[in-house]
Structures are given as C-alpha cells and as structure tokens.
Design a protein around this ligand. Structure first.
Ligand code: ADP
Length: 177
C-alpha cells in the first residue's frame, strides 16, 4: 500500500492555521495605507518572522508577503540614507504611489522586498496535501485563504507541532516515519 492511502487524518488547513479562535488577529500590512511609524509599531509589537501584505483591512485581499528582517533593514536604511523619510512617510508596496497632499513627506517604496507570489492554500485543503507541498517546495510558511480573502498563516513549526499532536494521538501513524 502507498503510505498516503493509509493516511486518513481529516485535519484541514483551517484547523492548523493561526490565528486560532481567541488569538489576536493576523498581523498584516496594507499595500499603501500605513506610515513608516505604523509599520514599525506593528513589527516591533510582535515577533512574527513575516507579514502578509493586503490591499486593505476591509478587503483582506492578499498582495504579497514580507519578511520581518527585510522590513526592519529597509526602514532602518531608508531612515538613515533616504532624504525625507520620517515616521509620517507612507509605506508603499504598490507599483505606483497613491496621490498625497503636496506637504506630505516622500513615501517609502518597499515593493522590492515583497514576495509577490507567496504560496497559498484554501482553508479546506487537507493537511496531508499541505504537508506534502511544504516538503516538496521547502516552504517556511504558507498563507490560507477563503474566497480570495486572507484568513491565516501556517508555518513549518505549526506543521511540526500538528504532526507531533497526531503522532501522540495515533502512534501507529506512518506519515511521519
Ligand atoms: P515560527 O512558527 O517558526 O515560530 P513565526 O515566529 O513567524 O514562525 O510564527 C510564530 C507563530 O505565529 C506561528 O504559530 C505562526 O503561525 C503565527 N504567525 C506568523 N506570522 C503571523 C502574523 N503575521 N500574524 C499572526 N500570526 C502569525
């Protein structure tokens, strides 16, 4: 028998993704609606390794993914070396900058550090398929969507924890041998 045919766990991406019920909301950046100061506050108030970028808080439509490290380095560099970048500067992940009042400080353009095609699965994707994708593509994280709206994130560690839980519950499971 193929191992996969024996593997009959019914968890779905939605069961493994974060945030869980009761957790703080997913920490996301908007593509052209946040200032340098707001981005810094969000990044510094969490320890996540990365942040999905969405069109807007209302739409939760996924645009890309940025790593915490790249964000911090780029903002730090821009503050030191780029004329006019201050806390009130708009952070822009779009190709074109939105119109701003003439007195506004120059925007900080960060499209270059964004992964434009982060891997996604839908909330109903079975976890055995998701685990397979992580393995085959060597993913560190994957985003979870429902009808095109971003719902959550699954990291490699989330998967390892999930596997450990299943192995506890079902020591004969052969998926993880
Ligand atoms: P790891 O899982 O390797 O520790 P992270 O530090 O990025 O990686 O994530 C820690 C936990 O927070 C994980 O359970 C992950 O699913 C969750 N998480 C990651 N990024 C975010 C985010 N932007 N918003 C909310 N939760 C997140």
């Amino acid at each position: 028998l193929e191992p996969k045919e024996e593997f009959e766990h019914s968890s779905l991406a939605v069961d493994v993704m974060r945030p869980r019920r009761g957790d703080p909301a997913l920490a996301v950046l908007t593509q052209d609606g946040m200032t340098v100061g707001e981005v810094e506050t969000l990044v510094e108030s969490t320890h996540y390794s990365g942040f999905p970028v969405v069109v807007s808080q209302e739409s939760q439509r996924l645009v890309g993914f940025v790593l915490r490290r790249d964000l911090l380095i780029s903002i730090d560099n821009a503050r030191k070396r780029q004329d006019g970048i201050v806390s009130a500067s708009l952070v822009v992940f779009t190709e074109h900058c939105p119109a701003q009042p003439p007195e506004a400080p120059p925007p900080l353009r960060l499209r270059g550090i964004m992964d434009l095609s982060p891997f996604t699965v839908t909330d109903h994707t079975p976890m055995d398929i998701t685990v397979d994708i992580f393995r085959k593509l060597g993913l560190r994280q994957c985003l979870v969507t429902h009808n095109g709206r971003l719902l959550g994130i699954i990291t490699k560690k989330d998967i390892l924890k999930h596997m450990a839980q299943i192995a506890n519950r079902d020591p004969d499971s052969i998926l993880f041998n």
